[in-house]
Design a protein around this ligand. Structure first.
Ligand SMILES: *Cc1c(COP(=O)(O)O)cnc(C)c1O
Length: 408
């Protein structure tokens, strides 16, 4: 393996590497997208309509479920799924603390209480062991998140849910096309929530979301709930919300879904190449390299390393100076957020979440990322650690080591 990648020859003319460059995708699809948008304008059907129907069918097929109900965002998809599960005041809902805010805020919006669960260190996903310990008589639902593109422990979590009569809602916002034992995200729980925000693996040109289910009753309820509970027109059977996908988003997403498998394979290839490059650079003991769990298809919405010994923020700053995009998802567990202090969690009471939030760093992984760009990313990480190691040998210096090295 050694010597596969000549890091030193990382393209000198590269000016940096973007964390995500959506323009490369758009440049290829420009004409196809323009044409699909024109069709929507000509049709005059701007909200829901045939493009949305087609999109729902496309996602149902892709995600191996019977029903798909499109809505306005991933956040709304979570809210609608919890509404369909009749979550309300007095109920508790298990959610991981290490996730995007929407996973928990959907619970509080319905007057229910989020119960934060710690994660498994290797996958960053909700721990079934910890979840089991926090179930009470009030636990009504759980929302495991398939974080960064890898499926949570759905076998164990489904078993737990079955034992206790809990509804399972997958937060699949980052994981369209991810698989566990050959079955896709969104097909494991009672419902699955998806987002088509532009940074997701299947992203529109604005907000969009969708709920999947294999259960006809949930499907029926979701169809009502997202149009103000109205059926037929002006007859309101239940109190729903207004959360519809517009036809422009659906049209764009119908174009893009044809390319999703190809893009996913490119993400997988990029992840594999990073792993090889980091081994090649001898960094395997310096940083934590992501290792997907067995029986899974990881779709790499994020490629997330761990940086130990409190060096994460320095590394990120150093990369930023070299115009290399790197982001922290997420700098705090939700249990640490000000708005959730009323729940009374101690920051370190979820130790794996606490540690992960201080160590994680996500690197560019988008499909069109080139090998040379990856080489530049790895090259810069390698030199950061070489310089830091040098600093440990000569602690007397007060000059920031990076400048010192550059000047030499
Ligand atoms: C993006 C995301 C959401 C919310 O989706 P929006 O479409 O932005 O509302 C929810 N959960 C997770 C894990 C996400 O990454």
């Amino acid at each position: 393996m050694k010597g596969n990648f000549n890091l030193a020859s990382a393209e000198p003319e590269l000016q940096g590497v973007a964390l995500l460059d959506l323009k490369r995708q758009y440049d290829v699809l420009k004409d196809e997208i323009a044409e699909s948008l024109k069709k929507v304008c000509d049709s005059g059907a701007f909200v829901l309509g045939p493009e949305v129907k087609t999109f729902e069918n496309n996602i149902a097929n892709y995600s191996q479920v019977e029903y798909a109900i499109a809505c306005a965002s991933g956040s709304d998809a979570l809210l609608l799924a919890l509404m369909a599960a009749e979550v309300g005041p007095g109920d508790e809902v298990l959610v991981p603390s290490f996730t995007f805010f929407a996973t928990a805020s959907a619970v509080t919006r319905l007057g229910a209480k989020p119960v934060f669960i710690d994660i498994e260190p290797q996958s960053f996903n909700m721990s079934a062991t910890d979840a089991a310990q926090r179930i009470t008589a009030r636990t009504k639902a759980m929302v495991p998140v398939h974080l960064f593109g890898q499926m949570a422990e759905m076998v164990e979590l489904n078993r737990l849910a079955q034992q206790h009569g809990i509804t399972v809602i997958e937060d699949a916002a980052q994981s369209i096309g991810a698989e566990l034992e050959g079955r896709r995200a969104g097909s494991w729980g009672d419902m699955g929530a998806f987002s088509f925000y532009p940074t997701k693996n299947l992203g529109g040109a604005g907000d969009g979301g969708l709920v999947t289910t294999r259960d006809g009753e949930f499907a029926q309820r979701l169809k009502l709930l997202h149009v103000h509970g109205m059926e037929p027109r002006y007859y309101h059977r239940v109190i729903g919300i207004n959360s519809r996908l517009d036809s422009f988003q659906a049209a764009i997403l119908n174009v893009k879904i044809k390319y999703l498998e190809g893009w996913t394979m490119m993400r997988v290839q990029n992840a594999r190449r990073y792993n090889e490059m980091f081994l090649d650079a001898g960094l395997e003991n310096t940083i934590g390299i992501p290792q997907p769990l067995p029986n899974r298809r990881h779709v790499w919405n994020q490629y997330t390393i761990r940086v130990l010994d409190g060096q994460r923020d320095d590394l990120r700053k150093n990369l930023a100076e070299r115009k290399i995009g790197a982001e922290i998802y997420y700098p705090f567990g939700l249990h640490e957020q000000e708005c959730f202090q009323y729940l009374g969690y101690n920051a370190e009471s979820l130790p794996e979440t606490y540690r992960a939030s201080r160590e994680v760093l996500s690197l560019p992984i988008f499909p069109e990322l080139t090998e040379n760009e990856q080489r530049l990313v790895v090259h810069n990480i390698k030199s950061f650690f070489e310089i830091n190691a040098a600093r440990h040998v000569f602690p007397a210096t007060t000059v920031t080591p990076i400048r010192k090295r550059d000047a030499a």
